[in-house]
Write a new protein. Sequence first.
Length: 392
Amino acid sequence: MSSAPVSGKIMSMGATMAPIITFYNESNWSKQNEEPDICDFTFGNPHDKPLDGYISAVQKSLAPQNKDWFAYKQSEPEAQAVIAKTVSDYLNHPFNAEDICITNGAFAGLNVVIKTIVDAGDEIIYISPHWFAYEGMIIGAGGKAVNLSINRETFDLDLEAIQAAISPKTRGIIVNTPNNPTGKIYSRETLTKLADILTAASEKNGRTVYLISDEAYHKIIFDGNDFVSPATIYPNTFLVYTYGKVHLTPGQRIGYIALPPEMENREAIHTSVNLMQAFSGWSYANAVLQHAIGDLVKLSIDIEQLQWRRDFLVDELTRLGYESNHPEGTFYLIVKSPIEDDWAFVEHLSEFKVFVLPGMTFGLPGYFRLSLTANDEMVKRSIPGFAKAIQG
């Protein structure tokens, strides 16, 4: 009996993630990541104990208060109200509780939105450097992924390139701010110009071009910088968020899709999103996390400590001869590889037990990324390794 063939779509989705899959399975990191003395800057996983208050918040919500406490959960009204208030206060823009679609993280939220708006052959623009799953999700929804690059000098959106890339088949654009991996926060001016471009394109093509705003890091902001959500500027925006970053709990999946009250056909879109959450494998947050959200929204990793790690690493790496950016937000730092082949340099760096993510895995060859979720001891201990690696 022959096995069932793998569909071409699945193969295509897998191919888009080939660099990160290869790194995960075949790099030196894949062979050594459990060793206790390494300096691991690869992924945004915790290297410290969970936040004070996180465990107690979850434990408190484990005790059932009624027979439906662990029943099937969609978006629970109490949790919607909590999230709507916090996001409205944070962004200084009103969001209605009923327009908060609670998801099991931003990964699910992005997937649900893309599947909701895309028909076969529709185009979705995404920007490199990028999160590794964007292209695969677009292909999985039956769409065509259109990849553009940031402005490599400023790390800002290349608005001229975006305008030129929009076609009658364009259905949306994914914008990630603050950006993983550059840490760039797109300004109100930039987002307003982008909104004007999308509005004009929607009118010209006779169909709405949606903006999908991936805001996984919108509360991890440095230096008192201002954050502006595209959802407060362009009405046809899906705001997608996860609490996994600010809590540093990527394995605890809760987030949301927020629809601005000004969105066109908002009620119909809300219904479509809710249906897609069900059809996408019940993409709702689990019961306990929804019950606990009133306590969880009060918690945050230490932003000042992340900023200290950023400053320490930028100063030390610059002193050693590396070229580093100075991120405005997120918990990542990107550094130019001393040699053109970033994969080769990352493997060379690993010889000194320092592990980072090569730029080719997120669409920025010639660079590598560090996660500031490495603990302080690990950050300090890594500097001799960086010094030896750049010396050859």
